[in-house]
Design a protein around this ligand. Structure first.
Ligand code: ADP
Ligand code: MG
Length: 358
């Protein structure tokens, strides 16, 4: 087990005359035994960061420490890490047993019996003991994924690095493997960095998540912190489906307003707003809708534009009066609203996230 410390990490690639900034001044610690998920859109620098930790890329700047040792100059094989890729990267001509034992024979402190015992134990834990004599071509995608994980686990590494390991599985298997991997990491307690572009994987699997965009860290915290206390509009919009509502509001004499909505700033929100405008984020599940025009100022009025019935809940899209904004509201169960209904959308003050508008 080991802690990972990333300090001032930048990685720039030269692409002809152009410099591609893949990672810029990244600072982040992964504690001993923690499961940290790097998440962000394609091209935001997740894989590059992971490859720097693995030693497969040389940082342009910054240091990487594993178990309190600076490893910048150590080749990958000396870093005591195991990596799992989206592509599984199994050796096609070897059996599962040979794939798992490959490289371990060179270990000076393991006898042949030790290796066989470790493979047996790991195969049982992964539910692949029946597959040990097969070659990868005779396995399903899900089985290959388990073998790739088993091959990583049997090495007893200080650190696991996983790059989109579930992307090639179908949705149902992916959901199963998500739960399984979480359980597994808890059981074996190895420090893990897991890369994905999938916010559901990040939210459900990570002890902490690091949200990246354009090579820069946007927020680092528990999934609940990042969801409920997003530090900027990127994080607010990246987490949550349907996406958070963002409304540009005017601020004058301590009152925040947009369309038919007015709110007298106080307490927390008064402290958060110090300009003459602000962007306010409100999650769709925090809003409530009623039919007709509300007396209350702290409501938007508008017209139902689209109703999406999803079964357990419905997404209602509402065009607001007076401003060019469409709000999404989640309501439980079967919707009683229809397109063209006039409605009021109520905003609980505590649900408002305020961001700088620029
Ligand atoms: P992610 O894994 O988040 O999708 P990557 O780390 O693969 O993102 O890539 C980050 C950025 O760096 C992208 O713009 C990508 O095109 C660029 N990049 C990655 N590897 C190289 C490389 N070997 N040469 C040039 N550009 C690269
Ligand atoms: Mg990638």
């Amino acid at each position: 087990m080991a802690r990972i410390q990333i300090e001032g990490l930048s990685k720039h690639f030269q692409d002809g005359d152009e410099t591609v900034v893949a990672v810029e001044d990244l600072n982040l610690d992964v504690e001993d035994g923690e499961f940290v998920v790097f998440v962000g859109p394609s091209g935001c620098g997740k894989t590059t960061t992971l490859r720097c930790v693995a030693g497969l890329e040389d940082p342009t700047m910054g240091t990487i420490q594993i178990a309190d040792d600076v490893v910048n100059d150590e080749p990958p094989e000396d870093r005591d890490i195991a990596m799992v890729f989206q592509s599984y990267a199994l050796y096609p001509h070897m059996t599962v047993r040979e794939n798992m034992s490959f490289g371990l024979e060179h270990s000076t402190d393991l006898t042949g019996d030790d290796i066989e015992r470790k493979i047996q134990e790991t195969a049982e834990m992964m539910g692949i003991e029946e597959l040990l004599d097969r070659v990868p071509a005779d396995l399903s995608g899900g089985q290959q994924q388990r073998v790739a994980l088993g091959r990583a686990i049997v090495r007893d590494p200080k650190v696991f690095l996983m790059d989109e390991p579930l992307s090639n599985l179908d949705a149902k298997l992916r959901a199963e493997m998500r739960t399984y991997l979480q359980q597994l990491q808890e059981d074996i307690d190895v420090t893990t960095v897991y890369v994905t572009h999938d916010q559901t994987e990040a939210m459900t699997m990570g002890d902490k998540i690091a949200i990246l965009n354009d090579g820069e860290l946007q927020q680092y915290g528990t999934p609940a912190e990042c969801y409920h206390e997003p530090e900027n509009t990127f994080v607010a919009q990246f987490l949550g489906e349907p996406s958070i509502n963002l409304v540009e509001m005017d601020v004058q004499n301590g009152t925040m307003s947009a369309g038919t909505f007015e709110y007298q700033l106080d307490g927390r929100l008064a402290d958060a707003v110090d300009a003459d405008s602000a962007v306010v984020g409100i999650r769709p599940e925090a809003l409530t809708v009623s039919t007709g025009n509300s007396e209350s100022d702290t409501a938007f009025t508008g017209t139902v534009a689209v109703v999406e019935h999803l079964g357990r809940e419905s997404n209602i899209h509402i065009e607001l009066d007076g401003i060019d904004v469409e709000l999404t509201v989640i309501v439980d169960g079967r919707p009683s609203l229809s397109v063209d209904d006039s409605v009021s959308v109520h905003v609980p003050p505590e649900a408002m996230h305020v961001f700088d508008s620029h």
